[in-house]
Design a protein around this ligand. Structure first.
Ligand SMILES: [Zn+2]
Length: 258
């Protein structure tokens, strides 16, 4: 179900109305001393692959890998796109897919720093391709926030960047890339009850948080509570929610056409 594995003639035979294309989005940025830089894109892609496995009409586009990570640039290894570059890359990829006749395209984001760009992309691409395609975006830890909270053991603040959930999921997916000896909990003090760094509790306040101001190690949460078993439960709960959404998304009318 991987787009890049298909041939050009095989693409030409796909039913344009029913085929769903998933575009995973993530980041290449520090994830503390215990997780790899590619964590967010790796998780977003794995979720997409697993959801696509369950449907015969869904294909996963190659992810662009990089995301908007300005707020992690003070940590070594982080590579960031500007919001404008991110918008340009995703707009061009989605625009190309629409030009080839695809009508259902979903951006599946795994990185908090991409959310403002994702909001703008969903709106601008929806408008640009109105009458031709249904385009939507989601951030998986918001889509499956309830399900993630049902599995987690950490208190609020424990399931943030490189925290309990991301560490568990990578222990499930790629245990060789996780250094549990280095995993240390950090519950950052944001200095305001209005600001949160927990992935399942999004703040109503929008502001710029430079992550190096809040955590010396770059960890936001409690990776010490992570386990492969919990990772398997997080992962299947998230995939189940994404699959449920895809069942619905598949039925959306193409507004302006249908
Ligand atoms: Zn992450």
């Amino acid at each position: 179900m991987r787009y890049e594995h298909l041939t050009s003639p095989a693409i030409a035979t796909l039913d344009r109305d029913s085929t769903i294309l998933l575009l995973p989005l993530g980041a290449v940025e520090q994830h503390g001393p215990h997780l790899p830089l590619g964590t967010d894109t790796m998780i977003a892609k794995a979720i997409c692959d697993a959801a696509a496995e369950q449907r015969s009409d869904t294909f996963v586009l190659p992810p662009p890998w990089y995301g908007v990570s300005e707020h992690h640039m003070r940590f070594s290894g982080t590579l960031t796109l500007s919001v404008d570059t991110m918008r340009a890359i995703v707009s061009d990829v989605v625009g190309s897919a629409v030009a080839h006749g695809f009508r259902r395209i979903l951006m599946v984001n795994g990185h908090g720093g991409n959310r403002p760009a994702l909001d703008v992309l969903a709106t601008t691409l929806g408008k640009t391709h109105y009458g031709r395609a249904s385009i939507a975006g989601l951030t998986y830890f918001q889509l499956a926030a309830k399900q993630i909270d049902a599995v987690r053991d950490s208190r609020p603040g424990g399931t943030g960047h490189a925290g309990e959930m991301e560490t568990s999921v990578l222990l499930h997916l790629t245990p060789d890339l996780v250094s549990m000896d280095e995993a240390k909990a950090v519950y950052p003090d944001t200095g305001s009850p209005y600001l949160t760094t927990d992935l399942t509790r999004s703040s109503p306040i929008r502001t710029y948080n430079d992550f190096a101001d809040l955590s010396a190690s770059g960890v936001f949460g409690d990776p010490e509570l992570a386990s492969a078993d919990k990772g398997e439960r997080f992962f299947s709960a998230i995939v189940e929610e994404l699959t449920r959404f895809l069942e619905d998304f598949a039925k959306w009318p193409i507004r302006g056409r249908d």
